[in-house]
Every structure is written in structure tokens, then in C-alpha cells.
Design a protein around this ligand. Structure first.
Ligand code: ACM
Length: 652
């Protein structure tokens, strides 16, 4: 409590400028004119008049605010009803709340704001399967989303780690598939990956009752947020197939992750589940997953093979497409639409299906070209499960590095999108997968402020965006959020990229030719043959195009052009065992004057254990006192196999 009062006091102090202008708003409004003078009002709040324009006079969600010395006028044609204000009116009120810092500022600059959204879909994703989240947590995030005019919450309700929705026709989904004996996903994943009975001592998990969902949906609707449920198919379904093994190809529990597409009972199951889902979620879209199906068992399963023969399907991609198309038709027959991850393109996209593009934007663009609606959620900009600051100071994450600025700079409209198809680009979504995110507090910390960056991308015109200015506005918003009890990332004390990332490194071999004794491989080429001598230092993630990756030894010889004194040779590797990135077993360093006779200088053995879970960097280096033109740097692949990643070989 004391902390709350203190932060409220500091908030008032920090925010109490004499007359607050509209420059603080997030998302940045479409058009703003500061007209001069200010409007002072009492602690009871400003005088606000609402002008209800005829329907259609302004676009959906749009509003105008005029602040004069005498008061505030809001006009919108999206005003809703007395009981339930329309989005236009609600967004106008959110804008005023931001300007007055939730009622702590009592003087506003006179101005006119005309505002509307760039994209109709501005989403946030919650993974409640890996770790269950309370309804209160979801409502709290909905409140924050509303502050920033986000309007879709996508709930990932089903996955191997637990089923999270009451389904009356299939009670084992919640009596059994919603529980496990390990609290954390990591322990469960490293263990037997089994499920527990509801009520077993120590059973971890949970699910939402239909009553709770109805309450959540209406809470969200009152804030102009639609909740989109996701029911995974055909894969990520281990929990269903443990509860109802007859729905998998093997017919046995703990054997399958994909539904058996040859089994008619699977379609009865999915249709019944979706009926119950649609009964409680009135959303336009129903998300049916579709990602990362292994499809292995389908290749030998007699039922799947029979289905392929009967339907004339040439491969298992077409078998997946058969399932998705059939489910899309079913959902459409109920007056809804399906949306799925971009893998639903494989084998042919279902008519009318929308695509959520996560593996990049190519899938989304292909779908747009075919006339399908698309939500962009590329991992590189929108995956909030990546760490948001230097990994050494952050909670352990699944990997990757995605600071606020990198989310913010994402521009969804790409030059390769044909002008006559851009209306299919419906918007953007930030995703928070929660394998490593156990608590509600940690999840909240991962959302804010990065979700705010995507909220602005979804709402504001690109010409109104500015990364530096956004940062200032976010700092103010974070004060407001913290005063309301949100656990946010401490942006003020952001460490930022790895040392040397921005400045690079100057050294003797910079710009010198690199001879590859083992060829560069297809993945992670970074700057190709220049990578190890370009003076460019890799960042916190191997996917930043600065690290060269090898599934073999790295064995290179650097030609410095002339014989020179050499006193140091070193290269830095990273280890991140989740995705299989390891330190080399050892590095040999050799030198030569003529490129033929090499003198051995040093072997540097690895001392980082392969069990070290956190992201670790280690420089394999040696000091020496030699003359050489050629430096051979040979890193031996770990006994754990996996990738080696190296960014630069520094010679001095
Ligand atoms: C996904 O990240 N598998 C959609």
C-alpha cells in the first residue's frame, strides 16, 4: 500500500505540467491541432459534451475531441447506447483519461483531435495452456488493452500442456487433460509429460467454466474487445489424445500429438467441441490453430491412408488441408469464420479462412494474394516471449531478444503487397507463448510495454510514428500503469544490446579475406564470407543476422595480406541449449607466414557445462607474441551436436 501511495505521489509530481497537451497520447492520434490557450477544470473533472453524429458520418471507432477554454466536446457516430457506449465514444474517453493521467491533471491545452484506427484488428494473445491464468489476470490485461485501443484478445485454450475450457460433452478434457503433477511447464516437459486427475494432491492446472467465460466475454465486450478462442487442430493435441486415445492414429494414450484425420469420430469430437465453444464465445473468428503438425503417423495409419485415397489427396499436407477445410465449412455453417496459423496454407487454403502469419510475413502475403484476410504476427517483431532486455538481467526466456524498439519499428504494409489486396491486411497481433512464464506477474511484465508498441502500430498512421518520441510517451504511460498496480518492465533502466553491438570492433583482421576450410551452411549465413572479419558484433540473439551458424565444425583461415605482429586472437560463441546452440568442445588456433606451414599456438578447451540453461557467451581466445599473415581458427563442434554460432574473429 505504502508503495502504491508513493508511486501515486511521484506520478502526480511527474505528470503535473501546467497544461497537458495531446503529444503524450498512445496510440498517436491521426490528426492533432493545438489551438492555443488552455482549459482548467476542477478536481471533479472536466465538462464533457457528447455530440452524437448520424451513423456513418465518421468511420467505425473514430472520434473527434475539441478542447476549448470552456470545455470539451466529443463527437462520434460510433456512440452506442447509454448502457454500452460505442467504440468511438469509449476511445475518446480513453484519450481524455490519458491526457488527464486518469484524473490527476486538471488543465488541458486547447486542441482538436480527430482520430481513427489504421487497422481494424489490434490483437493480444494469451497462452493459458502452458500455465493457467486467472480470470482476474485476463480482465486486468483487458483493461490495459482498452487503454491503448487494442480490440482482440486471442486465448490459446488448448495445447499439450493442458486443456482449459469446460466442454460438457467431453468431461475428461477438464477432469484429466487440464491437470499435471508439475507446476512448471519446464519440469513437466522434462518429465513424463503425463496428466493428472482433477483433485489429485498437488495437481497443477485449471480450466474456465462456461460461466466464467460468459463473464469474461461480457467484461471484454464492454471495453470493445472481442475474445477469440483457439482450439488447436490437427496437432498440439497430446492432452486430448491422452484423455480420448481413440481420436489418435495409434489409439493409445501418450502416443500421438495429431488427431487421426481418417477417423470420422474425430470430426464428431471437433464439431461438438466447436459447438460448445461458439455457444460461449460470440466472436467473428474462431481460431483453429493448424501450426506445427508433425503428420508422421498419418503416413502409415490405415485410416488416414484410406481417407487420402478416397478423397484423392496426394500427401499429408493435403490431408491436413482436408481437415482444416472441413472444419472451416462447419464453422461457416454456424455464421462464423475460421482463422489459423500460416501452416493452414500448406496443401491448399480453405475458402474464407483468415491467416495469422507467424513464421514471417510470406505466408500472410501469399494468403492476401489469394484474397484471404490476414493478421500479421511475425515472430521477429511480435513474439513477446523473447527477452526484452539483456538476458543476464531478465527472467529466463525461451530465447531470442525483442526489445521495445524492435516491436515498434515493425511496419505491416510491405512493398510487395499488391495495392488491390491491401484491404485484406486486417491488422497485427502480439503473442505471448508461456512455456517459461509461470506466474501472472511475469506474464504481465512481458506484455507491458511491448504490447503498447504494437497497439500504436495497429492504430496510428505510419507518418505519426516516431521511435524516440514513442519511448518518452511510453515512460509516462508506464508511470500511470504502475500506479494502477501493473508490473511492468523497467524501461528507464533498460540495458540494451550487447556491448559492441552498436559500435562494432576495430582490429587487425577487420576487412580481411576469410577462407572457409569447411563450407558456410545454408542457415544463419549473416554477412556471408565477410561475417567473421566485418567488425560487426552479434547481439543477444543468434537470429539477428550477425552470427554465423554451423551444424559442423567452424574451420576458417584469415588472410591478413601481409606478415604482421600478432598478440591476440579470439572469437565469441553463445550457448542456448533450448534451441540446441552449444559452445564448441575446444578451439585450436594456428598461425602461418606463407599459408602452408602452420604453427600451433593454443587450444582453448570449453569450460561452460552443456547443462547451463541460461544464455551464455564465452570468448575462446589466446594472447601470443608472433609474426603471421594467416590465422587459422578451428572450433570443434560440441559432443552435444547442435549449432555453433560465432560472430567475429578478433586479431590484434
Ligand atoms: C506458433 O508460434 N507455433 C504459432
Amino acid at each position: 500500500m505504502k508503495r502504491c501511495i508513493l508511486s501515486l505521489v511521484s506520478l502526480i509530481f511527474a505528470l503535473h505540467v501546467s497544461a497537458q497537451g495531446p503529444e503524450v497520447l498512445i496510440p498517436a492520434p491521426a490528426e492533432v491541432t493545438v489551438t492555443g490557450g488552455s482549459y482548467k477544470f476542477s478536481k471533479k473533472g472536466p465538462k464533457v459534451k457528447v455530440q452524437r453524429l448520424p451513423e456513418g458520418e465518421m468511420p467505425a471507432e473514430a472520434y473527434r475531441i475539441i478542447i476549448t477554454k470552456r470545455g470539451i466536446t466529443i463527437s462520434t457516430s460510433d456512440w452506442g447506447t447509454e448502457a454500452c457506449p460505442g467504440a468511438g465514444l469509449s476511445y475518446a474517453l480513453q484519450t481524455l483519461d490519458q491526457m488527464t493521467a486518469e484524473g490527476t491533471v486538471h488543465e488541458l491545452q486547447c486542441c482538436e483531435i480527430y482520430d481513427y484506427s489504421r487497422f481494424p484488428y489490434r490483437g493480444l494473445h494469451v497462452d493459458v495452456s502452458r500455465h493457467f491464468r486467472s480470470v482476474d489476470f485476463l480482465k486486468k490485461q483487458i483493461d490495459a488493452m482498452a487503454m491503448f485501443k487494442m480490440n482482440r484478445m486471442h486465448i490459446h485454450l488448448t495445447d499439450a500442456a493442458g486443456w482449459r475450457l469446460q466442454i460438457d460433452a467431453y468431461p475428461r478434457l477438464t477432469q484429466f487433460a487440464a491437470w499435471r503433477s508439475q507446476h512448471t511447464w519446464k519440469e513437466w516437459w522434462a518429465g513424463d509429460r503425463h496428466y493428472a486427475e482433477e483433485g489429485d494432491p498437488g495437481a497443477y492446472g485449471g480450466y474456465y467454466t462456461k460461466e466464467e467465460i460468459r463473464d469474461l466475454v461480457s467484461y471484454a465486450r464492454a471495453r470493445h474487445i472481442e475474445i477469440i478462442p483457439e482450439i488447436e487442430m490437427p496437432s498440439h493435441s497430446e492432452e486430448v489424445l491422452a484423455a480420448y486415445p481413440e481420436l489418435g492414429c495409434s489409439g493409445e494414450a501418450y502416443q500421438d500429438s495429431d488427431f487421426c484425420v481418417g477417423n470420422e469420430e474425430v470430426f464428431n469430437f471437433l464439431e461438438t467441441v466447436l459447438d460448445e465453444v461458439m455457444e460461449v464465445f460470440p466472436s467473428e473468428y474462431i481460431h483453429i490453430g493448424g501450426d506445427e503438425a508433425g503428420k508422421q503417423h498419418w503416413k502409415t495409419c490405415p485410416k488416414c491412408q484410406k481417407r487420402m485415397q478416397e478423397e484423392g489427396l496426394k500427401d499429408v499436407d493435403e490431408l491436413q488441408s482436408y481437415m482444416i477445410k472441413r472444419m472451416a465449412r462447419y464453422v461457416e455453417s454456424k455464421g462464423r469464420k475460421v482463422i489459423g496459423w500460416d501452416e493452414i496454407l500448406d496443401g491448399g487454403l480453405a475458402e474464407g479462412a483468415a491467416v495469422m502469419s507467424w513464421r514471417g510475413t510470406e505466408g500472410g502475403i501469399a494468403a492476401m494474394n489469394m484474397g484471404h484476410d490476414v493478421v500479421m504476427s511475425p515472430g521477429r517483431y511480435c513474439y513477446l516471449d523473447h527477452t526484452q532486455d539483456a538476458p543476464f538481467k531478465e527472467p529466463q526466456s525461451i530465447g531470442g531478444y525483442l526489445p521495445l524498439d524492435s516491436v515498434y519499428v515493425y511496419e505491416p504494409l510491405e512493398p510487395s503487397m499488391p495495392a488491390d489486396k491491401v484491404h485484406h491486411l486486417k491488422g497485427v497481433q502480439a503473442n505471448l507463448w508461456s512455456e517459461y512464464i509461470v506466474t501472472d506477474e511475469h506474464a504481465e511484465y512481458m506484455y507491458w510495454p511491448r504490447a503498447i508498441a504494437l497497439a500504436e502500430t495497429g492504430w496510428s498512421l505510419p507518418g505519426n510514428k516516431d521511435v524516440k518520441n514513442f519511448r518518452q510517451r511510453v515512460l509516462r504511460m508506464l508511470e500511470i500503469m504502475r500506479a494502477k498496480g501493473y508490473q511492468t518492465f523497467d524501461l528507464e533502466n533498460e540495458y540494451g544490446e550487447r556491448d559492441g553491438f552498436l559500435t562494432g570492433v576495430d582490429h587487425k583482421a577487420k576487412g580481411c579475406k576469410v577462407i572457409y576450410n569447411k563450407p558456410i551452411q545454408d542457415w544463419y549465413q549473416a554477412a556471408g564470407e565477410k561475417t567473421f572479419t566485418d567488425g560487426v558484433i552479434g547481439g543477444w540473439t543468434y537470429s539477428d543476422n550477425r552470427w554465423q551458424g554451423f551444424l559442423s565444425d567452424i574451420d576458417v583461415t584469415i588472410d591478413m595480406g601481409s606478415v604482421q605482429p600478432v598478440s591476440y586472437v579470439g572469437g565469441t560463441f553463445m550457448q542456448l541449449i533450448g534451441p540446441g546452440v552449444f559452445m564448441p568442445r575446444k578451439v585450436d588456433i594456428l598461425v602461418s607466414e606463407d599459408g602452408e606451414d602452420f604453427t600451433y599456438v593454443a587450444t582453448i578447451e570449453n569450460d561452460v557445462p552443456t547443462s547451463a540453461e541460461e544464455l551464455t557467451f564465452r570468448t575462446f581466445e589466446t594472447s601470443c607474441d608472433l609474426n603471421a599473415r594467416y590465422i587459422r581458427y578451428h572450433a570443434y563442434r560440441s559432443t552435444m551436436r547442435g549449432f555453433l554460432f560465432l560472430d567475429e574473429v578478433v586479431v590484434n
